[in-house]
Ligand binder design. Structure first.
Ligand code: UDH
Ligand code: MN
Length: 360
């Protein structure tokens, strides 16, 4: 009798044991999955509000998903950005890039620079305030390929330098002899009056020059000196070219450019306008010229022939001799060029400019 009761108890205990064992064994994987899911979801919920956590694994460190607090009292960006790379691979040969179209199209450049705003305006990094409000002015006609090289490299360089900037391409609207000074003065006039902006630093930039190092800063250096960046160019074996000139890439503050009355409007064809503003800078503005050392200040020029509608100006030496007499009334205060259209691309603002015809 006692033995029979014992047997029955063992039987029921075994049944209960097996049932409990099977139940917990079945539950175990569910508990593990649940734990994993909770951990996974927590990350997404906190960082991204993503809708589909299972099919879209995201990189939490991706800058696209970074939530940056919007603050009106941003700190000034550090003097040297920590995004700089140093020496750049500047090449104009397709096969060195592994890409099919080189230089990239304007559309590709826009896609590569998703933070650009219409008109080629970059408002600066989200977490700090750039020191300058910078404009890059590019005198231009019929150098489409050069422009795409420059826009490709320059946007990346300026954004790594944590600049706030706009790029303006100042294009002559006819096939008459080129007048670089009038184009650059007209673009300065436009940019300096643009509502909603207060641009204080202007770099005048040949379309065919590309900086080989992003440590060369596109930045104004105070009111007592202007900045000449393009002193060492591969085409001239990186020798400081041509003695006096400030050609190629030149930066002035708004105040400095106004003080010297901008560029002369009188130089038609190649040469002279840079020597002329060099004299204005030294003797009217009494500014120093800051030239960063050759270690960083190195440029490549896209190779080109001289343009038939930009022949050497035979008058350039004669004009330069009387630069001082002309300076007070030849410049931004006497500009007669007319802006015929302004088109705002994502990558740049394109101005078409009708220059004053050359006096006969
Ligand atoms: N520019 C144009 N289109 C022109 C002429 C000039 O866009 O038709 C602009 C452009 O920004 C260019 C700048 O003006 O970079 C200066 O003109 P340039 O590049 O012709 O001047 P550079 O001093 O030319 O480089 C030297 C003469 C080249 C002769 C080469 C012979 N091997
Ligand atoms: Mn050139």
């Amino acid at each position: 009798m006692v033995v029979g009761k014992l047997k029955r108890n063992v039987f029921w205990l075994t049944v209960i044991g097996i049932t409990l064992g099977a139940w917990s064994w079945n539950l175990l994987p569910l508990i593990i999955v649940k734990k994993k899911l909770n951990k996974h979801e927590a990350g997404f919920v906190k960082t991204h509000c993503s809708t589909d956590v299972t099919t879209q694994p995201q990189n939490f460190n991706s800058p696209t998903f970074e939530t940056v607090p919007v603050s009106k009292t941003l700190k000034v960006c550090p003097a040297i950005s920590d995004l700089l790379k140093g020496k750049l691979n500047v090449t104009f040969t397709e096969k060195n890039t592994g890409r099919r179209n080189w230089p990239p199209t304007l559309e590709e450049i826009a896609v590569n620079n998703p933070d650009l705003q219409v008109g080629g305006y970059y408002p600066g990094p989200r977490h700090c305030k750039p020191s300058d409000n910078l404009v890059i002015i590019i005198p231009f006609r019929d150098r489409d390929k050069h422009m795409r090289y420059l826009l490709h490299f320059l946007h990346l360089i300026l954004q790594r330098q944590q600049a706030r900037y706009m790029i303006i391409v100042a294009e002559q609207d006819n096939s008459a002899i080129f007048n670089k000074g009038q184009l650059m003065n007209a673009a300065f006039d436009y940019a300096s009056k643009l509502p909603g902006h207060d641009f204080n630093c202007y770099f005048f930039h040949d379309v065919d020059l590309i900086s080989e190092n992003d440590r060369l800063l596109y930045r104004c250096q105070g009111e007592d000196k202007v900045v000449h960046l393009a002193a060492h160019i591969d085409k001239y074996n990186y020798l400081f070219c041509c003695g006096l000139t400030v050609g190629g890439v030149l930066g002035l503050t708004k105040q400095q450019f106004r003080k010297v009355n901008g560029f002369s409007n009188a130089y038609y064809g190649w040469g002279g306008e840079d020597d002329d503003i060099n004299a204005r800078i030294l003797y009217v503005g009494k500014y120093k010229i800051y030239r960063p050392g050759e270690k960083f200040a190195r440029f490549r020029m896209v190779s080109h022939k001289s343009d038939s509608a930009n022949p050497k100006n035979p008058q350039r030496r004669r004009l330069l001799q009387n630069w001082r007499a002309r300076q007070p009334k030849d410049g931004i205060n006497s500009l007669e060029a007319k802006v015929t259209s302004v088109v705002k691309h994502l990558t740049h603002t394109r101005m078409l400019i009708k220059i004053k015809p050359e006096p006969k």
